[in-house]
Ligand binder design. Structure first.
Ligand code: TGC
Ligand code: FAD
Length: 392
């Protein structure tokens, strides 16, 4: 079992920008990750299994619905606490953070924002405690970056809706109790439906042979004439803006989460470089390795400042979708670059499961693709600053 010696870098004394509550929440999540995630995660990733044993712990540290009000079972925390929890979890593994992101921002958030009071009361407390797990179906086999083209659809059959279609690449799908499914009505308008496991015609085949996010379960959602009760449609928002609104919340969490993965890679590389002797001295004493380490801590510090400022804007209700998109793109690219550099600092040892770096690096290949690819986020910034969409 790998010993977790992680020490978080804080080069610009960013702790001084945090409240006592932020630090308590962050430290609780950090301790939990050291105790419950680090000892088991490498094995889970090697076996390509989601470690279901950690679900109750994720609920206890407030990772399921951190900012959902307490009356619905959430933790009632602010956006910076939410970000810090995601940072700490992804420090352990991006796949575990994925599970928490999906549950919070892509399942609880739409039910809270777009659902009825009955739907909130029925689902949110169970999702917050981990009794129910959820997934989010937007992507389809032929519509990834362009979800507006989706073909999954439902027809009004009087006392129920009839749902047909398929979603692909869905995190948590293989074991989720409920799915938030985005589908078009007979007029081509997008709505969110809550589909429950057990509904006839609804299946969730698992996606195998991933080299990335191996500790996160991914699958398809297949709808073959599924009868969905009318009360399962979330009525308070429709159109593509509804699922994209959920993505704002999840992308914000990823902007923090990626910092966690980067911090773990940097911390591991720094410690290794100080201990590893070649040519009769620690490799940390060589200019080339110092350049790598110096650039890593610089980029981590910039990303931390960006995430913190975005959190302040989110708390004030002022963060724009384009600002969130920029932070997701920047911080994930920062993390994947650091993972690749850190891997080199460890030489051959960097490719083994003795260290977390290669796992982070492979995980981040998914993180840079999901929730909008790196290129799509460049185009979102491009559109924001020029006013001209360049998607088509
Ligand atoms: P466009 O015409 O620009 O917009 C359509 C409507 O949506 C509104 N909108 C937003 N609303 C809220 N938040 C946002 N971020 C929004 N962006 C746009 C917009 O105002 C408009 O509203 P209205 O009222 O005028 O209709 O839409 P478009 O079709 O041109 O597409 C724009 C584009 C390409 C940026 C968008 O489609 C996009 O972001 N594509 C990327 C797809 C994506 O991110 N998929 C993620 C799937 S979920 C996932 O990956 C989960 S991974 C989970 C994990 O394991 O962590
Ligand atoms: P495509 O859209 O086919 O893109 C392929 C390439 O073309 C990319 O490099 C892209 O940047 C580029 N490209 C596309 N359009 C343009 C353009 N206009 N200009 C320039 N370049 C362009 N989805 C969900 O709904 N729910 C989930 O829970 C979920 N979990 C996921 C988990 C994993 C492990 C992965 C890998 C994906 C997950 N996704 C999920 C799907 C994810 O959001 C999509 O993979 C992503 O949006 C990209 O879609 P695509 O894979 O179809 O790529």
């Amino acid at each position: 079992m790998r010993t977790d010696n992680f020490q978080a870098p804080d080069y610009y004394n960013l702790d001084e920008l945090l409240t006592e509550e932020h630090k308590i929440v962050r430290d609780a999540a950090r301790k939990w990750v050291k105790r419950e995630v680090s000892p088991i995660i490498e094995d889970a990733a090697q076996k390509a299994e989601f470690p279901k044993s950690i679900i109750s712990g994720l609920a206890e540290i407030g990772a399921f619905g951190p900012y959902i009000p307490e009356e619905y079972g959430g933790a009632g925390l602010d956006q910076i606490s939410y970000g810090l929890i995601m940072q700490e979890i992804e420090r352990g593994d991006s796949g575990v953070r994925s599970t928490a992101s999906v549950q919070s921002s892509l399942v609880m958030y739409p039910i809270y924002k777009y659902g009825t009071e009955e739907q909130r009361k029925k689902y949110l407390p169970k999702l917050a405690s981990g009794e129910f797990m959820g997934c989010f179906g937007l992507t389809e086999p032929d519509h990834g970056s362009n979800p507006a083209g989706m073909t999954t659809n439902f027809k009004d059959k009087g006392d129920h809706y009839l749902l047909n279609g398929a979603k692909m690449w869905i995190s948590n799908a293989p074991f989720a109790d409920i799915a938030i499914v985005w589908a078009k009505d007979e007029n081509g308008r997008i709505h969110g439906l809550i589909v429950e496991r057990g509904m006839e015609g609804f299946t969730t085949p698992e996606t195998h042979n991933k080299w990335s996010l191996r500790a996160s379960a991914t699958g398809e959602l297949i709808f073959n004439n599924v009868k969905v009760p009318k009360e399962n449609l979330m009525p308070n928002k429709s159109g593509l803006g509804a699922p994209l609104g959920c993505l704002d919340s999840a992308r914000y969490g990823i902007a923090w989460g990626a910092i966690g993965a980067a911090m773990d890679c940097y911390d591991t590389a720094l410690r290794y470089a100080k201990e590893r002797i070649q040519f009769d001295k620690p490799i940390a004493g060589t200019q080339l390795q110092q350049k790598k380490l110096a650039e890593m801590i610089t980029e981590i510090t910039k990303a931390q400042l960006m995430a913190w400022r975005l959190g302040v804007l989110r708390n004030e209700g002022k963060a724009t979708s384009a600002q969130i998109s920029m932070a997701k793109r920047n911080n994930v690219e920062m993390a994947i670059t650091i993972a690749r550099e850190a891997r080199q600092v460890l030489g051959g040892m960097g490719i083994t499961g003795e260290y977390s770096i290669m796992r982070h690096m492979m995980n981040l290949e998914s993180v840079i693709t999901y929730e909008g690819t790196h290129d799509i986020h460049l185009l979102i910034t491009g559109m924001d600053i020029t006013g001209i969409p360049a998607f088509q």
